[in-house]
Design a binder for this molecule. Structure first.
Ligand code: CTP
Ligand code: CA
Length: 497
């Protein structure tokens, strides 16, 4: 009898209905988890590209940016994947032969064609932005600057990329986009963190941009740029000083020096033993200094070095005008500037120069930095050349001047103190992308930074899959438990002996 019952119980557990329900249950759970995994898996990554040409006063550089295709207009990272330095000078130097300006870009454009996958060429936007060199040419000779743009535009139109135009950036744009780049690369914008100020030193202009608690734009609207990025409002202070890039300031200093000693210039910003014959007309061939050309000057002058940091600093100070500030506070030349605030990233020539001089460590007290520079400037020119046989002589000759200018600009010009100097970081790249205005410019033109914070999924993909799996397993266990009445041990009747 009991054997018969056991048989029946076993049969109950093994009834076709129970087996079918169990199998369907298992299949359903496996299907649910599989769909959860596959449906929400990030799609196979496809990339989009953007190209920006930075037509600076001293040279042109091409940058290629890349970002995951399904993440544009999102917080998806845009990264620089390639850069190419155009051989030769900046496009403004081709004023007398504009076609050459276009031709000079061809090598880097060829390189870009190899770096961007062919099937993406047509949809890849290509921008050219020109800065202070073209601003100066435009002031000096606007039709010559138009001809340069015409030639450059024609050359770029021939590329397989989607050419979006070549134009001069305003100083305000140059400053603001440099700030956007630095803060975007540091994830400060998407996370609403405290921002970093941006210091950019070029050959012909220099920019300073930062957020100040005491600046709302009302005192000097011309220095104010407002943004709404990822749901946060920013009121940025920015200023670009045309003619205060390091090449133009060198002209300004030399112009001062040549006022007194015609024919012979003993320059404290160059090493002793340095001696070059230079052309007056070349020195004064810039709107930054052209009004200062001494009358009756000979064709050439001898530029010789004296290697004296303190005297060099005295000369450099002369290029700043500290009188006539009509605001509550100014940097120089009557330009409003609130007190510098927060961390700063200093890039372009700030980095080239301070890196060469081994002075990028801003935890070194400012006084010690000045002592080191004093010793460097006092080193004779032949020793400097022996120590750096591979460095371009033009760059090498100017590092004493450039270092002195940088320290003077920061402390006397922008009012960085011995304490706030350590808030500056001399940087070239952030996470593999060059610091500069180009990335910010492209992000803006491609609407890649949303004004509002994008909706983010409640759970990341891995969290979502784990959640579905756990719930599915729980349901499965519940289902098995619900079949308990059919379990052999539970369905056993009490034995009547
Ligand atoms: N290894 C290097 C490379 C460049 N430079 C100097 O750095 C300056 C150029 O800086 P850059 O930021 O490239 O200027 P541009 O963009 O060309 O100029 P601007 O922004 O004013 O248009 C030039 O004076 C150049 O001599 C340097 O001292 N050492
Ligand atoms: Ca520049």
């Amino acid at each position: 009898m009991s054997a018969q019952r056991e048989m029946k119980e076993k049969n109950l557990w093994h009834t076709p209905v129970t087996i079918i329900i169990t199998v369907i249950g298992v299949i359903a759970i496996v299907a649910l988890v599989t769909v959860a995994v596959l449906q929400n898996k990030p799609l196979h990554q496809k990339y989009k590209y953007g190209i920006v040409l930075d037509a600076g006063s001293s040279h042109t550089a091409l940058y290629i940016y890349e970002w995951p295709a399904e993440k544009d207009n999102n917080t998806g990272r845009v990264e620089q994947t390639h850069s190419c330095k155009v051989k030769g000078p900046g496009i403004s130097s081709y004023a007398s032969d504009p076609v050459k300006a276009g031709e000079s870009l061809s090598e880097c454009m060829q390189e870009a064609q190899l770096k961007v996958p062919k099937d993406r060429h047509q949809e890849t936007p290509l921008y050219l932005g020109a800065t202070a060199g073209m601003r100066l040419l435009n002031i000096e000779n606007s039709s010559a600057s138009d001809r340069v743009f015409q030639a450059v535009g024609e050359a770029l139109q021939k590329s397989p990329f989607s050419f979006q135009g070549a134009r001069i950036l305003s100083g305000q744009e140059e400053g603001a986009f440099g700030w956007v780049t630095v803060n975007y690369l540091d994830d400060r914008l998407s996370q609403g963190l405290e921002t970093t100020g941006a210091l950019d030193l070029g050959g012909a202009s220099t920019q300073i941009s930062f957020i100040s608690d005491s600046f709302d734009g009302s005192e000097s609207p011309a220095n104010s740029v407002t943004f709404r990025l990822y749901g946060n409002d920013y009121n940025l202070y920015t200023h670009s000083f045309l003619c205060y890039g390091k090449d133009q300031v060198l002209r300004l200093v030399l112009a001062h020096l040549t006022q007194s000693g015609l024919g012979n210039v003993a320059d404290p910003c160059f090493h002793s033993g340095y001696m070059e014959t230079k052309n007056y007309s070349v020195l004064y061939d810039s709107p930054c200094v052209s009004d200062r050309k001494p009358s009756g000057a000979p064709a050439t002058f001898t530029h010789s070095g004296r290697g004296d940091f303190l005297q060099c600093q005295e000369m450099v100070k002369k290029v700043f005008n500290f009188t006539n500030c009509k605001y509550s506070q100014c940097s120089f030349n009557g330009v409003f500037q609130p007190l510098v605030q927060g961390p700063f990233g200093a890039f372009s020539a700030y980095y080239f120069v301070m890196n060469f001089l081994n002075l990028t460590d801003t935890s070194i007290p400012l006084e010690v930095v000045k002592e080191k520079l004093t010793r460097y400037c006092a080193t004779p020119w032949n020793e400097i050349q022996q120590q750096h046989p591979k460095v371009k002589v033009k760059y090498l000759a100017e590092y004493c001047f450039s270092g002195t200018y940088i320290l003077t600009l920061l402390t006397e010009g922008y009012n960085f103190t011995s304490e706030s100097y350590s808030d500056i970081k001399f940087i070239k790249k952030i996470k593999g992308s060059d610091a500069g205005w180009t990335l910010g410019y492209m992000l803006n033109l491609t609407n890649m930074i949303p004004a509002e914070a994008p909706d983010t999924p409640l759970l990341p993909h891995a969290g979502y899959v784990s959640f579905v799996t756990v719930i599915a397993l729980l349901l499965f266990v519940l289902f098995i438990v619900s079949l308990r009445p059919l379990w052999p041990s539970c369905s056993k009747q009490p034995q009547i002996v």
